[in-house]
Design a protein around this ligand. Structure first.
Ligand SMILES: CC(=O)SCCNC(=O)CCNC(=O)[C@H](O)C(C)(C)COP(=O)(O)OP(=O)(O)OC[C@H]1O[C@@H](n2cnc3c(N)ncnc32)[C@H](O)[C@@H]1OP(=O)(O)O
Ligand SMILES: CC(C)C(=O)C(=O)O
Length: 504
Protein backbone atom coordinates (compact mmCIF):
# COMPACT_ATOMS: atom_id res chain seq x y z
CA UNK A 1 0.00 0.00 0.00
CA UNK A 2 1.48 3.31 -1.04
CA UNK A 3 1.88 6.02 1.54
CA UNK A 4 -0.75 8.72 1.43
CA UNK A 5 0.85 11.66 -0.25
CA UNK A 6 0.85 15.00 1.43
CA UNK A 7 0.06 17.28 -1.50
CA UNK A 8 2.16 20.13 -0.18
CA UNK A 9 5.47 18.42 -0.83
CA UNK A 10 4.48 15.38 -2.85
CA UNK A 11 3.45 14.89 -6.43
CA UNK A 12 0.91 12.32 -7.59
CA UNK A 13 2.13 10.31 -10.55
CA UNK A 14 -0.66 9.81 -13.07
CA UNK A 15 0.44 7.35 -15.72
CA UNK A 16 -1.24 7.54 -19.10
CA UNK A 17 0.89 4.97 -20.97
CA UNK A 18 -2.20 2.82 -21.49
CA UNK A 19 -4.25 5.73 -22.84
CA UNK A 20 -2.20 8.55 -24.41
CA UNK A 21 0.77 6.19 -24.89
CA UNK A 22 -1.40 3.61 -26.53
CA UNK A 23 -2.67 6.22 -29.03
CA UNK A 24 0.68 5.88 -30.85
CA UNK A 25 0.12 4.10 -34.18
CA UNK A 26 1.29 0.50 -33.87
CA UNK A 27 1.44 0.55 -30.05
CA UNK A 28 -1.99 -0.98 -29.37
CA UNK A 29 -1.93 -3.72 -26.75
CA UNK A 30 -4.36 -6.53 -26.13
CA UNK A 31 -6.15 -6.86 -22.80
CA UNK A 32 -3.72 -9.43 -21.38
CA UNK A 33 -0.78 -7.17 -22.19
CA UNK A 34 -2.55 -4.18 -20.67
CA UNK A 35 -3.15 -6.09 -17.43
CA UNK A 36 0.53 -6.98 -17.34
CA UNK A 37 1.47 -3.31 -17.81
CA UNK A 38 -1.08 -2.12 -15.23
CA UNK A 39 0.25 -4.54 -12.61
CA UNK A 40 3.79 -3.41 -13.30
CA UNK A 41 2.72 0.22 -13.01
CA UNK A 42 1.17 -0.59 -9.65
CA UNK A 43 4.44 -2.21 -8.51
CA UNK A 44 6.30 0.83 -9.77
CA UNK A 45 4.13 2.89 -7.42
CA UNK A 46 2.14 5.14 -9.74
CA UNK A 47 -0.85 6.72 -7.99
CA UNK A 48 -3.27 6.77 -10.90
CA UNK A 49 -3.44 4.62 -14.03
CA UNK A 50 -5.37 6.09 -16.93
CA UNK A 51 -6.54 2.79 -18.34
CA UNK A 52 -8.29 3.88 -21.52
CA UNK A 53 -11.00 5.80 -23.32
CA UNK A 54 -13.86 3.29 -22.89
CA UNK A 55 -16.28 4.80 -25.42
CA UNK A 56 -13.71 4.41 -28.18
CA UNK A 57 -14.10 0.64 -28.73
CA UNK A 58 -15.46 -2.53 -27.11
CA UNK A 59 -11.85 -3.71 -26.73
CA UNK A 60 -10.83 -0.58 -24.80
CA UNK A 61 -13.98 -0.80 -22.65
CA UNK A 62 -13.19 -4.41 -21.81
CA UNK A 63 -9.56 -3.58 -21.02
CA UNK A 64 -10.63 -0.96 -18.46
CA UNK A 65 -12.92 -3.57 -16.85
CA UNK A 66 -10.13 -6.16 -16.64
CA UNK A 67 -7.48 -3.69 -15.48
CA UNK A 68 -9.89 -2.52 -12.76
CA UNK A 69 -10.16 -6.09 -11.50
CA UNK A 70 -6.43 -6.70 -11.58
CA UNK A 71 -4.97 -3.86 -9.53
CA UNK A 72 -5.36 -3.25 -5.82
CA UNK A 73 -4.65 0.22 -4.54
CA UNK A 74 -3.92 2.33 -7.62
CA UNK A 75 -6.73 4.61 -8.78
CA UNK A 76 -8.06 3.53 -12.16
CA UNK A 77 -9.09 6.39 -14.38
CA UNK A 78 -11.17 6.39 -17.57
CA UNK A 79 -11.13 9.27 -20.07
CA UNK A 80 -14.21 10.80 -21.67
CA UNK A 81 -15.32 13.76 -23.72
CA UNK A 82 -17.75 16.21 -22.11
CA UNK A 83 -20.55 13.99 -23.38
CA UNK A 84 -23.05 12.08 -21.24
CA UNK A 85 -22.80 8.84 -23.23
CA UNK A 86 -19.00 8.82 -22.85
CA UNK A 87 -19.39 9.32 -19.11
CA UNK A 88 -22.00 6.55 -18.78
CA UNK A 89 -19.72 4.08 -20.55
CA UNK A 90 -16.69 5.17 -18.54
CA UNK A 91 -18.60 4.70 -15.27
CA UNK A 92 -19.69 1.24 -16.36
CA UNK A 93 -16.13 0.27 -17.30
CA UNK A 94 -14.94 1.28 -13.83
CA UNK A 95 -17.52 -0.83 -11.97
CA UNK A 96 -14.89 -3.23 -10.54
CA UNK A 97 -12.25 -0.64 -9.66
CA UNK A 98 -11.53 -0.42 -5.95
CA UNK A 99 -10.57 3.24 -6.38
CA UNK A 100 -11.88 4.99 -9.48
CA UNK A 101 -11.79 8.30 -11.30
CA UNK A 102 -13.55 9.74 -14.33
CA UNK A 103 -11.47 12.17 -16.38
CA UNK A 104 -13.72 14.37 -18.47
CA UNK A 105 -13.14 17.64 -20.26
CA UNK A 106 -13.33 19.80 -23.34
CA UNK A 107 -11.15 22.04 -25.51
CA UNK A 108 -10.83 25.58 -24.14
CA UNK A 109 -8.46 27.35 -26.54
CA UNK A 110 -9.73 29.78 -29.19
CA UNK A 111 -8.72 27.21 -31.84
CA UNK A 112 -10.78 24.42 -30.33
CA UNK A 113 -13.75 26.62 -29.45
CA UNK A 114 -13.97 28.07 -32.95
CA UNK A 115 -12.75 25.29 -35.24
CA UNK A 116 -13.62 22.10 -33.34
CA UNK A 117 -16.86 23.11 -31.69
CA UNK A 118 -17.98 26.18 -33.65
CA UNK A 119 -18.98 27.50 -30.23
CA UNK A 120 -18.37 30.31 -27.75
CA UNK A 121 -16.45 30.59 -24.48
CA UNK A 122 -19.70 30.77 -22.49
CA UNK A 123 -21.18 27.68 -24.14
CA UNK A 124 -17.99 25.71 -23.58
CA UNK A 125 -18.00 26.75 -19.92
CA UNK A 126 -21.57 25.52 -19.58
CA UNK A 127 -20.71 22.17 -21.19
CA UNK A 128 -17.70 21.83 -18.89
CA UNK A 129 -19.78 22.40 -15.76
CA UNK A 130 -22.53 20.09 -16.97
CA UNK A 131 -20.11 17.26 -17.67
CA UNK A 132 -18.58 17.46 -14.19
CA UNK A 133 -22.00 17.52 -12.55
CA UNK A 134 -23.10 14.56 -14.66
CA UNK A 135 -19.98 12.52 -13.86
CA UNK A 136 -20.48 13.28 -10.16
CA UNK A 137 -23.57 11.02 -10.35
CA UNK A 138 -21.18 8.11 -10.62
CA UNK A 139 -18.03 8.90 -8.67
CA UNK A 140 -16.68 11.42 -6.22
CA UNK A 141 -13.23 11.58 -7.82
CA UNK A 142 -13.67 13.68 -10.97
CA UNK A 143 -10.79 15.14 -12.93
CA UNK A 144 -11.51 17.80 -15.52
CA UNK A 145 -9.18 18.59 -18.47
CA UNK A 146 -9.10 21.94 -20.25
CA UNK A 147 -7.81 20.63 -23.55
CA UNK A 148 -5.25 22.94 -25.21
CA UNK A 149 -4.96 24.95 -21.99
CA UNK A 150 -1.44 25.78 -23.18
CA UNK A 151 -2.95 28.07 -25.83
CA UNK A 152 -5.91 29.20 -23.72
CA UNK A 153 -6.03 32.74 -22.38
CA UNK A 154 -5.26 32.62 -18.64
CA UNK A 155 -8.22 34.74 -17.57
CA UNK A 156 -10.73 32.52 -19.39
CA UNK A 157 -8.88 29.43 -18.18
CA UNK A 158 -9.22 30.66 -14.58
CA UNK A 159 -12.98 31.13 -15.12
CA UNK A 160 -13.39 27.57 -16.36
CA UNK A 161 -11.19 26.10 -13.62
CA UNK A 162 -13.15 27.93 -10.95
CA UNK A 163 -16.46 26.80 -12.45
CA UNK A 164 -15.52 23.12 -12.65
CA UNK A 165 -14.18 23.18 -9.08
CA UNK A 166 -17.51 24.62 -7.98
CA UNK A 167 -19.25 21.83 -9.92
CA UNK A 168 -17.27 19.23 -7.97
CA UNK A 169 -14.01 18.50 -9.82
CA UNK A 170 -11.28 17.29 -7.47
CA UNK A 171 -8.40 17.52 -9.92
CA UNK A 172 -8.05 20.01 -12.77
CA UNK A 173 -5.76 19.15 -15.64
CA UNK A 174 -4.02 21.95 -17.53
CA UNK A 175 -2.76 20.21 -20.69
CA UNK A 176 -0.25 21.77 -23.02
CA UNK A 177 -1.89 19.62 -25.68
CA UNK A 178 0.20 20.87 -28.60
CA UNK A 179 3.51 21.15 -26.69
CA UNK A 180 3.70 24.87 -27.50
CA UNK A 181 4.38 26.56 -24.16
CA UNK A 182 7.77 27.72 -22.99
CA UNK A 183 8.61 26.42 -19.50
CA UNK A 184 8.40 29.89 -17.99
CA UNK A 185 5.05 30.50 -19.69
CA UNK A 186 3.61 27.17 -18.56
CA UNK A 187 4.82 27.72 -14.98
CA UNK A 188 3.30 31.22 -15.02
CA UNK A 189 -0.01 29.72 -16.17
CA UNK A 190 -0.08 27.35 -13.19
CA UNK A 191 0.90 30.17 -10.84
CA UNK A 192 -1.81 32.40 -12.30
CA UNK A 193 -4.41 29.74 -11.53
CA UNK A 194 -2.98 29.11 -8.06
CA UNK A 195 -3.18 32.85 -7.31
CA UNK A 196 -6.49 33.71 -8.96
CA UNK A 197 -8.91 30.79 -8.73
CA UNK A 198 -11.27 30.64 -5.81
CA UNK A 199 -11.27 27.20 -4.19
CA UNK A 200 -7.96 26.17 -5.80
CA UNK A 201 -6.56 25.11 -2.41
CA UNK A 202 -9.21 22.35 -2.28
CA UNK A 203 -8.16 20.70 -5.54
CA UNK A 204 -5.07 19.43 -7.26
CA UNK A 205 -3.76 21.02 -10.44
CA UNK A 206 -2.36 18.52 -12.89
CA UNK A 207 0.16 18.90 -15.72
CA UNK A 208 -0.19 17.05 -19.02
CA UNK A 209 2.55 18.24 -21.36
CA UNK A 210 3.31 17.12 -24.88
CA UNK A 211 6.75 17.06 -26.38
CA UNK A 212 6.27 18.68 -29.80
CA UNK A 213 9.10 21.14 -29.15
CA UNK A 214 11.03 18.89 -26.77
CA UNK A 215 9.85 20.87 -23.72
CA UNK A 216 7.43 18.42 -22.09
CA UNK A 217 9.63 17.55 -19.13
CA UNK A 218 10.81 21.13 -18.61
CA UNK A 219 7.20 22.35 -18.67
CA UNK A 220 6.10 19.67 -16.22
CA UNK A 221 8.85 20.58 -13.77
CA UNK A 222 7.98 24.24 -14.17
CA UNK A 223 4.37 23.30 -13.38
CA UNK A 224 5.44 21.50 -10.20
CA UNK A 225 7.61 24.42 -9.09
CA UNK A 226 4.60 26.68 -9.46
CA UNK A 227 2.14 24.53 -7.55
CA UNK A 228 0.92 21.60 -9.68
CA UNK A 229 0.75 18.44 -7.55
CA UNK A 230 -0.12 15.82 -10.14
CA UNK A 231 1.87 15.04 -13.29
CA UNK A 232 0.52 13.08 -16.26
CA UNK A 233 3.30 11.07 -17.77
CA UNK A 234 4.08 7.95 -19.78
CA UNK A 235 6.82 5.35 -19.68
CA UNK A 236 9.54 6.19 -22.21
CA UNK A 237 7.63 9.41 -22.99
CA UNK A 238 5.47 7.69 -25.58
CA UNK A 239 2.25 9.36 -26.66
CA UNK A 240 0.43 11.16 -29.42
CA UNK A 241 2.82 12.69 -32.04
CA UNK A 242 6.17 13.55 -30.38
CA UNK A 243 4.94 11.99 -27.16
CA UNK A 244 4.18 12.96 -23.58
CA UNK A 245 6.31 13.88 -20.61
CA UNK A 246 8.27 10.82 -19.64
CA UNK A 247 7.67 9.39 -16.19
CA UNK A 248 11.28 8.38 -15.67
CA UNK A 249 12.59 11.87 -16.41
CA UNK A 250 10.25 13.67 -14.04
CA UNK A 251 10.71 11.15 -11.24
CA UNK A 252 14.50 11.20 -11.49
CA UNK A 253 14.62 15.01 -11.68
CA UNK A 254 12.57 15.17 -8.49
CA UNK A 255 14.79 12.55 -6.84
CA UNK A 256 18.04 14.17 -7.97
CA UNK A 257 17.11 17.75 -7.09
CA UNK A 258 16.59 17.45 -3.37
CA UNK A 259 16.20 21.23 -3.11
CA UNK A 260 12.76 20.88 -4.78
CA UNK A 261 11.70 19.13 -1.57
CA UNK A 262 9.17 16.99 -3.43
CA UNK A 263 8.44 13.29 -3.01
CA UNK A 264 6.67 10.61 -5.05
CA UNK A 265 5.52 7.06 -4.35
CA UNK A 266 7.68 5.68 -7.16
CA UNK A 267 10.02 2.77 -6.47
CA UNK A 268 12.66 3.91 -8.92
CA UNK A 269 14.34 0.48 -9.09
CA UNK A 270 11.40 -0.65 -11.26
CA UNK A 271 11.94 2.08 -13.85
CA UNK A 272 14.34 0.31 -16.20
CA UNK A 273 12.52 -3.06 -16.21
CA UNK A 274 9.18 -1.41 -17.00
CA UNK A 275 10.77 0.74 -19.69
CA UNK A 276 12.08 -2.43 -21.39
CA UNK A 277 8.72 -4.10 -20.98
CA UNK A 278 6.81 -1.22 -22.63
CA UNK A 279 9.34 -0.96 -25.42
CA UNK A 280 9.07 -4.64 -26.20
CA UNK A 281 5.28 -5.02 -25.80
CA UNK A 282 4.60 -1.92 -27.88
CA UNK A 283 7.33 -2.69 -30.38
CA UNK A 284 8.61 0.82 -29.87
CA UNK A 285 12.41 1.06 -29.55
CA UNK A 286 13.77 3.57 -27.05
CA UNK A 287 16.18 5.99 -28.69
CA UNK A 288 19.69 5.09 -27.49
CA UNK A 289 20.39 8.56 -26.08
CA UNK A 290 17.03 8.85 -24.29
CA UNK A 291 17.52 10.30 -20.80
CA UNK A 292 17.44 7.73 -17.97
CA UNK A 293 16.39 4.64 -19.95
CA UNK A 294 18.24 4.89 -23.30
CA UNK A 295 20.82 2.20 -24.04
CA UNK A 296 23.58 4.82 -23.78
CA UNK A 297 22.26 6.70 -20.75
CA UNK A 298 24.89 5.03 -18.57
CA UNK A 299 27.44 4.07 -21.24
CA UNK A 300 30.81 5.76 -21.21
CA UNK A 301 32.88 5.44 -24.34
CA UNK A 302 35.64 8.03 -24.36
CA UNK A 303 38.89 7.47 -22.52
CA UNK A 304 38.81 10.60 -20.35
CA UNK A 305 35.27 9.88 -19.16
CA UNK A 306 36.03 6.19 -18.60
CA UNK A 307 39.13 6.99 -16.56
CA UNK A 308 37.06 9.51 -14.54
CA UNK A 309 34.19 7.07 -13.97
CA UNK A 310 36.56 4.30 -12.90
CA UNK A 311 38.17 6.65 -10.37
CA UNK A 312 34.81 7.80 -9.03
CA UNK A 313 31.41 7.15 -10.63
CA UNK A 314 30.16 10.60 -9.68
CA UNK A 315 32.73 12.27 -11.92
CA UNK A 316 30.39 11.65 -14.83
CA UNK A 317 27.14 10.22 -13.41
CA UNK A 318 24.46 12.16 -11.56
CA UNK A 319 22.32 9.04 -11.12
CA UNK A 320 23.47 5.68 -9.82
CA UNK A 321 22.23 3.21 -12.49
CA UNK A 322 21.29 0.81 -9.66
CA UNK A 323 18.70 3.37 -8.53
CA UNK A 324 16.69 2.73 -11.69
CA UNK A 325 17.25 -1.01 -11.81
CA UNK A 326 20.33 -1.22 -14.03
CA UNK A 327 23.08 -3.39 -12.52
CA UNK A 328 26.05 -1.53 -13.85
CA UNK A 329 27.07 1.30 -16.09
CA UNK A 330 28.72 0.37 -19.39
CA UNK A 331 32.33 1.04 -20.18
CA UNK A 332 32.13 0.70 -23.96
CA UNK A 333 35.45 -0.04 -25.61
CA UNK A 334 35.98 2.04 -28.74
CA UNK A 335 38.86 3.70 -30.56
CA UNK A 336 38.33 6.64 -28.17
CA UNK A 337 39.02 4.49 -25.10
CA UNK A 338 42.23 4.66 -23.13
CA UNK A 339 44.32 2.14 -21.21
CA UNK A 340 42.29 2.58 -18.01
CA UNK A 341 39.15 1.23 -19.68
CA UNK A 342 40.99 -1.59 -21.45
CA UNK A 343 42.68 -2.64 -18.21
CA UNK A 344 39.33 -2.53 -16.39
CA UNK A 345 37.71 -4.81 -18.98
CA UNK A 346 40.68 -7.19 -18.97
CA UNK A 347 40.47 -7.39 -15.16
CA UNK A 348 36.75 -8.21 -15.34
CA UNK A 349 37.67 -11.04 -17.72
CA UNK A 350 40.22 -12.28 -15.17
CA UNK A 351 43.29 -11.10 -17.05
CA UNK A 352 45.97 -9.16 -15.18
CA UNK A 353 48.77 -7.79 -17.35
CA UNK A 354 52.02 -5.94 -16.73
CA UNK A 355 52.10 -2.32 -17.89
CA UNK A 356 54.34 -3.32 -20.80
CA UNK A 357 51.93 -6.02 -22.01
CA UNK A 358 48.97 -3.69 -21.53
CA UNK A 359 50.74 -1.10 -23.69
CA UNK A 360 51.38 -3.72 -26.40
CA UNK A 361 47.77 -4.95 -26.39
CA UNK A 362 46.52 -1.37 -26.38
CA UNK A 363 48.29 -0.73 -29.71
CA UNK A 364 46.59 -3.80 -31.23
CA UNK A 365 43.32 -2.81 -29.63
CA UNK A 366 43.38 0.64 -31.28
CA UNK A 367 43.98 -0.89 -34.71
CA UNK A 368 41.05 -3.26 -34.26
CA UNK A 369 38.82 -0.53 -32.79
CA UNK A 370 39.42 1.77 -35.78
CA UNK A 371 38.22 -1.04 -37.98
CA UNK A 372 35.45 -2.48 -35.79
CA UNK A 373 33.97 0.50 -33.87
CA UNK A 374 32.78 -1.58 -30.90
CA UNK A 375 35.07 -4.01 -29.19
CA UNK A 376 33.46 -6.87 -27.28
CA UNK A 377 34.78 -9.34 -24.73
CA UNK A 378 35.65 -11.93 -27.35
CA UNK A 379 37.82 -9.38 -29.11
CA UNK A 380 39.56 -8.57 -25.86
CA UNK A 381 40.14 -12.24 -25.16
CA UNK A 382 41.50 -12.63 -28.66
CA UNK A 383 43.91 -9.71 -28.18
CA UNK A 384 45.00 -11.02 -24.80
CA UNK A 385 45.17 -14.53 -26.25
CA UNK A 386 47.61 -13.39 -28.93
CA UNK A 387 49.87 -12.41 -26.14
CA UNK A 388 49.24 -15.66 -24.27
CA UNK A 389 50.00 -17.93 -27.25
CA UNK A 390 53.56 -16.65 -27.29
CA UNK A 391 54.22 -18.52 -24.04
CA UNK A 392 52.33 -21.66 -25.14
CA UNK A 393 54.26 -24.93 -25.22
CA UNK A 394 52.74 -26.00 -28.55
CA UNK A 395 52.57 -23.45 -31.37
CA UNK A 396 51.50 -23.63 -34.96
CA UNK A 397 54.54 -23.10 -37.16
CA UNK A 398 52.87 -23.47 -40.56
CA UNK A 399 49.76 -24.90 -42.12
CA UNK A 400 49.08 -25.67 -45.75
CA UNK A 401 45.72 -26.95 -46.92
CA UNK A 402 44.59 -28.08 -50.35
CA UNK A 403 40.89 -28.35 -50.82
CA UNK A 404 38.30 -27.74 -53.45
CA UNK A 405 35.46 -29.38 -55.35
CA UNK A 406 36.15 -32.91 -56.57
CA UNK A 407 39.49 -33.34 -54.78
CA UNK A 408 40.43 -34.88 -51.43
CA UNK A 409 41.23 -32.18 -48.84
CA UNK A 410 44.81 -32.57 -47.58
CA UNK A 411 46.63 -30.62 -44.87
CA UNK A 412 50.33 -30.45 -44.03
CA UNK A 413 51.25 -28.98 -40.73
CA UNK A 414 54.27 -28.10 -38.65
CA UNK A 415 54.02 -27.70 -34.89
CA UNK A 416 56.66 -26.21 -32.67
CA UNK A 417 56.62 -28.14 -29.39
CA UNK A 418 58.89 -26.62 -26.77
CA UNK A 419 61.25 -25.41 -29.49
CA UNK A 420 61.35 -28.64 -31.53
CA UNK A 421 59.59 -28.85 -34.90
CA UNK A 422 57.29 -31.74 -35.91
CA UNK A 423 55.64 -32.17 -39.32
CA UNK A 424 52.70 -34.27 -40.47
CA UNK A 425 50.17 -34.52 -43.30
CA UNK A 426 46.68 -35.98 -43.41
CA UNK A 427 43.54 -36.05 -45.50
CA UNK A 428 39.99 -35.61 -44.21
CA UNK A 429 36.42 -35.05 -45.26
CA UNK A 430 37.06 -31.30 -45.34
CA UNK A 431 39.99 -28.91 -44.86
CA UNK A 432 39.39 -28.51 -41.09
CA UNK A 433 39.08 -32.27 -40.60
CA UNK A 434 42.31 -32.82 -42.57
CA UNK A 435 44.19 -30.22 -40.50
CA UNK A 436 42.89 -31.58 -37.15
CA UNK A 437 43.88 -35.13 -38.19
CA UNK A 438 47.36 -33.83 -39.04
CA UNK A 439 47.65 -32.31 -35.55
CA UNK A 440 46.52 -35.61 -34.03
CA UNK A 441 49.30 -37.42 -35.93
CA UNK A 442 51.81 -35.35 -34.01
CA UNK A 443 50.03 -35.27 -30.63
CA UNK A 444 48.98 -38.82 -29.82
CA UNK A 445 46.36 -38.35 -27.14
CA UNK A 446 42.76 -39.50 -26.85
CA UNK A 447 41.21 -36.10 -27.59
CA UNK A 448 37.58 -35.70 -28.67
CA UNK A 449 36.18 -32.45 -30.01
CA UNK A 450 32.89 -31.97 -28.14
CA UNK A 451 31.87 -28.59 -29.49
CA UNK A 452 33.07 -26.49 -32.38
CA UNK A 453 31.68 -23.04 -33.10
CA UNK A 454 32.77 -20.71 -35.91
CA UNK A 455 31.49 -17.12 -35.96
CA UNK A 456 32.24 -14.07 -38.06
CA UNK A 457 33.24 -11.01 -35.98
CA UNK A 458 31.66 -8.56 -38.41
CA UNK A 459 29.96 -9.40 -41.63
CA UNK A 460 31.51 -9.61 -45.08
CA UNK A 461 33.96 -11.93 -46.78
CA UNK A 462 37.04 -10.07 -45.46
CA UNK A 463 35.99 -10.85 -41.91
CA UNK A 464 37.84 -12.37 -38.96
CA UNK A 465 36.47 -15.80 -37.99
CA UNK A 466 36.35 -16.67 -34.27
CA UNK A 467 36.47 -20.30 -33.23
CA UNK A 468 35.42 -21.69 -29.84
CA UNK A 469 36.25 -25.34 -29.28
CA UNK A 470 35.59 -27.75 -26.45
CA UNK A 471 38.01 -30.70 -26.35
CA UNK A 472 37.58 -33.67 -24.00
CA UNK A 473 40.73 -35.30 -22.68
CA UNK A 474 40.87 -37.77 -19.77
CA UNK A 475 37.19 -37.05 -19.05
CA UNK A 476 37.84 -33.34 -18.57
CA UNK A 477 36.68 -30.60 -20.94
CA UNK A 478 39.19 -27.99 -22.07
CA UNK A 479 38.30 -24.87 -24.01
CA UNK A 480 40.22 -23.37 -26.89
CA UNK A 481 39.73 -20.05 -28.62
CA UNK A 482 41.29 -18.43 -31.70
CA UNK A 483 40.55 -15.82 -34.32
CA UNK A 484 41.98 -15.56 -37.79
CA UNK A 485 40.90 -14.34 -41.22
CA UNK A 486 41.57 -17.96 -42.33
CA UNK A 487 38.92 -20.11 -40.67
CA UNK A 488 40.92 -23.36 -41.12
CA UNK A 489 43.87 -21.71 -39.35
CA UNK A 490 41.52 -20.37 -36.63
CA UNK A 491 40.15 -23.90 -36.12
CA UNK A 492 43.59 -25.47 -35.78
CA UNK A 493 44.76 -22.66 -33.46
CA UNK A 494 41.69 -23.12 -31.24
CA UNK A 495 42.39 -26.89 -31.11
CA UNK A 496 46.01 -26.21 -30.17
CA UNK A 497 44.89 -23.60 -27.62
CA UNK A 498 42.78 -26.27 -25.89
CA UNK A 499 45.61 -28.83 -26.03
CA UNK A 500 47.99 -26.33 -24.44
CA UNK A 501 45.74 -26.34 -21.38
CA UNK A 502 46.46 -29.99 -20.59
CA UNK A 503 49.93 -30.78 -21.99
CA UNK A 504 52.83 -30.27 -19.63
C1 LIG B 1 -6.16 15.37 -26.67
C2 LIG B 1 -6.48 13.94 -26.58
O1 LIG B 1 -5.58 13.18 -26.65
S1 LIG B 1 -8.03 13.47 -26.37
C3 LIG B 1 -8.00 11.75 -26.52
C4 LIG B 1 -7.92 11.27 -27.90
N1 LIG B 1 -8.42 9.95 -27.90
C5 LIG B 1 -9.35 9.55 -28.73
O2 LIG B 1 -9.74 10.24 -29.65
C6 LIG B 1 -9.89 8.18 -28.45
C7 LIG B 1 -10.31 7.47 -29.68
N2 LIG B 1 -11.40 8.16 -30.34
C8 LIG B 1 -12.47 7.53 -30.78
O3 LIG B 1 -12.61 6.33 -30.63
C9 LIG B 1 -13.51 8.34 -31.50
O4 LIG B 1 -12.91 9.53 -31.98
C10 LIG B 1 -14.69 8.65 -30.56
C11 LIG B 1 -15.42 7.39 -30.21
C12 LIG B 1 -14.24 9.37 -29.30
C13 LIG B 1 -15.66 9.59 -31.31
O5 LIG B 1 -15.93 9.04 -32.57
P1 LIG B 1 -16.99 9.76 -33.56
O6 LIG B 1 -18.26 9.91 -32.82
O7 LIG B 1 -16.97 9.01 -34.81
O8 LIG B 1 -16.42 11.27 -33.74
P2 LIG B 1 -15.10 11.77 -34.44
O9 LIG B 1 -13.92 11.08 -33.85
O10 LIG B 1 -15.21 11.72 -35.91
O11 LIG B 1 -15.10 13.31 -34.00
C14 LIG B 1 -14.96 13.70 -32.69
C15 LIG B 1 -16.23 14.34 -32.18
O12 LIG B 1 -16.08 14.56 -30.77
C16 LIG B 1 -16.22 15.96 -30.48
N3 LIG B 1 -15.36 16.24 -29.36
C17 LIG B 1 -14.01 16.21 -29.35
N4 LIG B 1 -13.56 16.43 -28.13
C18 LIG B 1 -14.66 16.62 -27.35
C19 LIG B 1 -14.83 16.86 -25.98
N5 LIG B 1 -13.79 16.93 -25.17
N6 LIG B 1 -16.07 16.99 -25.50
C20 LIG B 1 -17.15 16.90 -26.32
N7 LIG B 1 -17.04 16.66 -27.63
C21 LIG B 1 -15.79 16.50 -28.13
C22 LIG B 1 -15.79 16.64 -31.77
O13 LIG B 1 -16.26 17.95 -31.82
C23 LIG B 1 -16.45 15.71 -32.78
O14 LIG B 1 -17.82 15.96 -32.78
P3 LIG B 1 -18.62 16.41 -34.13
O15 LIG B 1 -18.55 15.21 -35.03
O16 LIG B 1 -19.97 16.69 -33.61
O17 LIG B 1 -17.90 17.59 -34.66
C1 LIG C 1 -7.31 14.53 -23.00
C2 LIG C 1 -6.20 15.43 -22.63
C3 LIG C 1 -5.83 15.21 -21.22
C4 LIG C 1 -5.02 15.19 -23.50
O1 LIG C 1 -4.62 14.09 -23.74
C5 LIG C 1 -4.33 16.37 -24.02
O2 LIG C 1 -4.83 17.48 -23.89
O3 LIG C 1 -3.25 16.18 -24.61
Amino acid sequence: MAKQLNEKNSVFIFDTTLRDGEQVPGCQLNTIEKIQVAQSLESLGVDIIEAGFPISSPGDFNSVIEISKSVTWTIICALTRAIEKDIDIAAESLQYAKRKRIHTGIGTSPYHIKYKFNSTQDEILERAVASVKYAKKYVEDIEFYCEDAGRTDNVYLARIVEAVIKAGAKVVNIPDTTGYCLPEEYGAKIKFLMDNVKGIQNVILSTHCHNDLGMATANTISGIINGARQVEVTINGIGERAGNTSLEEVVMIIKSHKELNIGTNINTKHIYPISRMISSLMNMPVQPNKAIVGRNAFAHSSGIHQDGILKNRENYEIIDPKDIGIDNNIIALTARSGRAALKYRLNILGIELSQKKLDDIYEEFLKLADYKKNINDDDILMLAGKDRTESNRIRLEYLQVTSGVGILPVASICLNIAGEKFEAAASGNGPVDAAIRAVKQIIHRQMVIQEFLIQAINKGSNDVGKVHMQVKYNDVNYYGFAANTDIVAASVEAFIDAINKFVE
